[in-house]
Design a protein around this ligand. Structure first.
Ligand SMILES: NC(=O)c1ccc[n+]([C@@H]2O[C@H](COP(=O)([O-])OP(=O)(O)OC[C@H]3O[C@@H](n4cnc5c(N)ncnc54)[C@H](O)[C@@H]3O)[C@@H](O)[C@H]2O)c1
Ligand SMILES: [Zn+2]
Ligand SMILES: [Zn+2]
Length: 368
């Protein structure tokens, strides 16, 4: 039996993504087939679409998905058929330096980065050629076959769209605050860029017990969403970085203890560092196009014992963190539903990318 599914395919980076019918292989040993219920559209997908990151093609897009396990290959005991799973876009290699230290989120040799199944096989086929899956999961498809280790079971009753967001932006933003930065209660925090990732930093700062959370974006409506998930102050940013730094210092008694950059532009990375008070920490979460550089004044940085931290995937240990974050969603501690402001179909993907370039919508979610 051949399974045929509709999927968003990127034939070449920099060219429009298209929806096509592809054949899907049967799950083999160590693999599961997931019927997708929701896939968020993350700015990382747009970086790929726009050719800002070099990725192999053709490829099925999407890395922020959740669904129901429909079939498991030989030997798979977890997850089980019928379970709701959120998909992890990073499976650690298990042998590199980072993995040996237990820092699996920093694994540079993750097989996920080959965008194939673990043995190099491709889950999708078209005519006689294989089509890769972004980060080995390719969530913008009605169904996907993924490594069993990427499919993390969640407690019953979690909204599938929220579960999808746990697969990327929630884990990235909440983890950046709680795990990468380990923000102490009572800290002042600023978040620059209020998409799914930045608003998840805001939610994480609330969980951490930050006493002040300044939300910053150039789109006014984003500031309202930030307030609804717990920010205490708002700054509408224009292109005058010096004015933003000045306003931020004024609001936070000389600068916030922690600044989270959740856009991925060198100008806002520089802004985040420039706004730090003595002893302050800039956490870089946004990802720039490849090859971009940023600069800062070295003397005051060293003299003031400031810090810059890079945070990949919110230092995620998916099998531990996904169920925890899902529990917090169910308890209302992470009001992820407020981030989801547009539900779309697979065919709307290029429209979703166009809206994202303009800063419209917080999180657009493809539902199936
Ligand atoms: N570190 C990681 O592991 C990781 C994981 C996921 C996403 N990311 C990256 O995080 C970044 C954010 O992702 P997202 O999906 O939330 O993006 P998004 O496009 O939804 O949100 C970005 C926000 O920044 C705002 N913005 C843009 N330019 C601005 C400026 N000059 N000043 C103020 N605000 C500005 C936009 O209005 C928007 O609200 C992307 O670079 C993405 O690739 C990193
Ligand atoms: Zn993402
Ligand atoms: Zn590794």
């Amino acid at each position: 039996m051949t399974t045929v599914v509709r999927a968003v395919v990127l034939e070449e980076v920099g060219r429009p993504a298209v929806v096509r019918e592809l054949e899907l292989i049967e799950p083999r040993a160590g693999e599961v087939r997931v019927r997708m219920l929701a896939s968020g559209v993350c700015h990382s997908d747009l970086h790929v679409r726009d050719g800002e990151w070099d990725r192999p093609t053709p490829i099925v897009m999407g890395h922020e998905g959740a669904g129901i396990v429909e079939a498991v290959g030989p030997g798979v005991t977890t997850p089980r058929v019928g379970q709701l799973v959120a998909l992890s876009w990073l499976i650690p290699c298990g042998v590199c330096r980072s993995c040996r230290r237990g820092q699996v989120w920093a694994c540079p040799d993750s097989p996920s980065y080959r965008h194939t199944l673990l043995d190099g096989e491709m889950a999708f086929r078209e005519a006689s050629r294989g089509v890769r899956s972004y980060c080995a999961i390719g969530t913008m498809a009605e169904m996907s076959v993924v490594p069993a280790g990427a499919a993390i079971p969640l407690p019953d009753g979690v909204d599938p769209a929220a579960a999808a967001l746990i697969g990327c932006c929630v884990t990235t933003g909440v983890g950046a605050v709680l795990k990468t930065a380990n923000v102490p209660a009572g800290s002042s925090v600023a978040v620059i860029g209020l998409g799914g990732v930045g608003l998840s930093c805001v939610m994480g700062a609330v969980v951490a017990g930050a006493s002040q959370i300044v939300a910053i974006d150039r789109v006014a409506s984003k500031l309202d969403v930030a307030r609804s998930v717990g920010s205490t102050d708002a700054l509408l940013a224009d292109d005058d970085a010096a004015a933003t730094v000045e306003a931020l210092r004024e609001l936070t008694d000389g600068g916030p203890d922690f600044v989270f950059e959740a856009i991925g532009r060198s100008s806002t990375v520089e802004l985040a560092i420039a706004a730090l008070p003595v002893g302050g920490t800039a956490v870089l979460v946004g990802m720039t196009p490849l090859g971009e550089r940023a600069s800062f004044d070295v003397y005051p940085f060293v003299d003031g014992s400031r810090r810059i931290l890079g945070s990949n995937y919110g230092f995620a240990e998916p099998a531990l963190d996904f169920p925890l974050y899902a529990t917090w969603v169910a308890e209302g501690r992470l009001p992820v539903d407020r981030l989801i402001d547009r539900r779309i179909a697979l065919d709307d993907i290029e429209d979703a990318f166009a809206a994202m370039r303009l800063g419209q919508f917080v999180r657009q979610v493809i539902t199936f």
